[in-house]
Design a protein around this ligand. Structure first.
Ligand SMILES: [Mg+2]
Length: 234
């Protein structure tokens, strides 16, 4: 069956894990306090703080207590919807000021373009929020890549290591699982996608991992590649 859609992970797949961990997370940690102090009266920020107050029991006027909690969550890499929303706003400011650009491996844009020309729809599935994914590809070091993608999925569709999530994605894009290729650097995600009927490819980026591609290939049925131009779609 022809592959009609390709779903890709970001961290460790299209992009280095280092960028997120060494640039984005420290930036959010450094700036989230002042961002909340400066913008807490604005509607978008206030709305998130209200939800945070409701879910944690911290009174809305205790802004400093909330900030401490948010900072702790960033350090502990806690997956929380309100934190993600605020982080997205903080990152947006940094991107727009040109303080950093999202890293994309140089082999990626050309291959995505080729797949798009072959009339395959491209999607992103990442644990970062959809807003963060869109910022990422808007302000990438290869330019604005948003036109390449037909849609974005985050963990609101389900956790990345669960079979159901991939069934939900197939349903959301109205395609049979066998006609979708999922690309990731994490074997457990690929196993889940495969169990849902997806085709898979395991990207092992030597810059991101100490895994040996040949040894990995010997132990798995997922095709292993070290860059996007090695991916065989059909
Ligand atoms: Mg990944």
């Amino acid at each position: 069956m022809k592959i009609a859609a390709i779903v890709t992970d970001i961290e460790g797949t299209t992009s280095s894990i280092g960028f997120v961990h060494n640039v984005l997370f420290p930036y959010a940690l450094k700036h989230i306090g002042n961002f909340v102090r400066e913008h807490c009266e604005e509607r978008d920020v206030m709305r998130v703080l209200v939800r945070l107050s409701e879910s944690t029991g911290i009174p809305l006027h205790k802004i400093e207590t909330m900030i401490k909690l948010l900072e702790q969550w960033i350090k502990d890499d806690v997956k929380n919807t309100e934190l993600k929303a605020l982080q997205g706003m903080v990152w947006e400011k940094g991107y727009k000021q040109g303080l950093y650009q999202a890293h994309v491996y140089p082999d990626v844009p050309e291959v995505l373009q080729k797949w798009q020309q072959e009339e395959r729809n491209l999607y992103v599935y990442s644990s970062g929020s959809i807003k963060a994914q869109q910022l990422f590809f808007r302000f990438s070091d290869s330019g604005d890549m948003r036109l390449l993608f037909s849609g974005y999925f985050d963990t609101t569709i389900g956790p990345k290591r669960e079979v159901d999530s991939y069934e939900n994605i197939a349903q959301a894009i109205a395609l049979k699982p066998e006609s979708i290729l999922f690309i990731s650097d994490v074997k457990e995600e690929l196993d889940a996608a495969e169990a849902a009927g997806f085709k898979t490819t395991w990207v092992i980026r030597p810059q991101d991992t100490s895994l040996d591609p040949e040894r990995a290939q010997a132990k798995t049925s997922h095709p292993v590649v070290t860059s996007f131009d090695q991916i065989k779609v059909d």
